[in-house]
Write a protein that binds this ligand. Structure first.
Ligand code: C2E
Ligand code: CA
Ligand code: CA
Ligand code: CA
Length: 275
């Protein structure tokens, strides 16, 4: 792909072409990233408000590109999804997250993001089972984060996969809650363990009163259904105060900690617990 008609096309190259080429180059690099050990997981704590301690860490992919520096998952996950590379990358992330969680205290869970593409792959259950077996962690220490987009089409297949995952004993969280297009009916159809309230609602808490009412509605609904709640993207203590008052279960965000490398987890636990 590198020498493909570069000279002849240069003259007519538009901004669009340049963008397409940059994408293709990034795609080629992404192919090698896994094999070259350029991918890593960082971990962001979820702080339980009633327990007053860290209850879990969310695993977040990082790509240390040899020349571009750190590439954000916002930029490479969509590419990985389009090319199907998200399957091996997601499988690696599951194994790596469980392997690392095995070194933590038993009461701390690990949350792993599952792309809709990966979720629909036929062997996800087998991959999860293998990650559990290899790492030796208890199934209920693993929480899979999925998004509402899975409920837009093929609801039956989604529910059936969720039930097979649940049968393994792993937990399931609904990520970015409130941003999707689907109705609330899937909350009735499947017993989620957790709703992760999208950051946009948390940002709104600083701006208008109605935002508190939305948080209250979500925590009330979740409580009634026996589902935990985590607030994403908490950056300010004013947000924390409201979330605490509204009975939100856990807080995740820069206020407590940014995502950190695995080797810093132990030090953070010493610092944050009982904080
Ligand atoms: P997400 O699952 O919603 O993850 C939360 C994102 O919010 C993370 O961005 C995290 O670093 C960021 N964040 C956490 N606290 C704060 C805060 O207080 N303020 C702000 N402004 N942001 C905060 P990140 O790490 O860049 O990841 C972005 C997205 O990439 C994730 O959104 C997720 O959709 C995707 N992603 C990351 N790792 C994986 C993975 O292993 N597999 C899959 N399929 N997707 C992943
Ligand atoms: Ca997530
Ligand atoms: Ca999220
Ligand atoms: Ca998000």
């Amino acid at each position: 792909a590198k020498s493909e008609g570069k000279g002849s096309h240069r003259f007519f190259e538009s901004a669009m072409d340049a963008e397409a080429q940059a994408r293709r180059a990034l795609e080629t690099d992404l192919h090698d990233a896994l094999r070259n050990g350029e991918l890593a997981l960082h971990f962001q704590p979820l702080f339980g408000l009633s327990q007053n301690r860290v209850t879990a860490f969310e695993a977040l992919l990082r790509w240390q590109h040899p020349t571009r520096g750190m590439v954000s998952p916002v930029n490479f996950i969509p590419l990985a999804e389009e090319t199907g590379l998200i399957i091996p990358i997601g499988e690696w992330a599951l194994h790596e997250a469980c392997r690392i969680a095995a070194t933590w205290p038993d009461h701390i869970r690990v949350a792993v993001n599952i792309s809709p593409i990966q979720f629909r792959s036929p062997n996800l259950t087998a991959v999860v089972l293998q990650a559990l077996a290899r790492s030796g962690i208890a199934p209920n220490r693993l929480e899979l984060e999925i998004t509402e987009s899975l409920f837009i089409e093929n609801v039956e297949a989604t529910l059936s996969s969720l039930h097979s995952l649940r049968a393994l004993g792993v937990r399931v969280a609904l990520d970015d809650f409130g941003t999707g297009y689907s109705s609330l009916s899937y909350l009735r159809s499947f017993p989620f363990d957790k709703l992760k309230i999208d950051r946009s609602f948390i940002v709104d808490l600083l701006e208008h009163k109605g935002a508190t009412a939305i948080i209250r509605a979500i925590t009330t609904l979740a409580d009634a259904l026996g589902i935990e709640t985590t607030a994403e993207g908490v950056e300010h203590s004013e947000q924390l105060d409201i979330l605490r008052a509204e009975g939100c279960g856990q807080i995740q965000g820069y206020l407590f900690s940014r995502p950190i490398p695995a080797q810093d987890v132990e030090a953070l636990l010493g610092k944050l617990d009982g904080a």
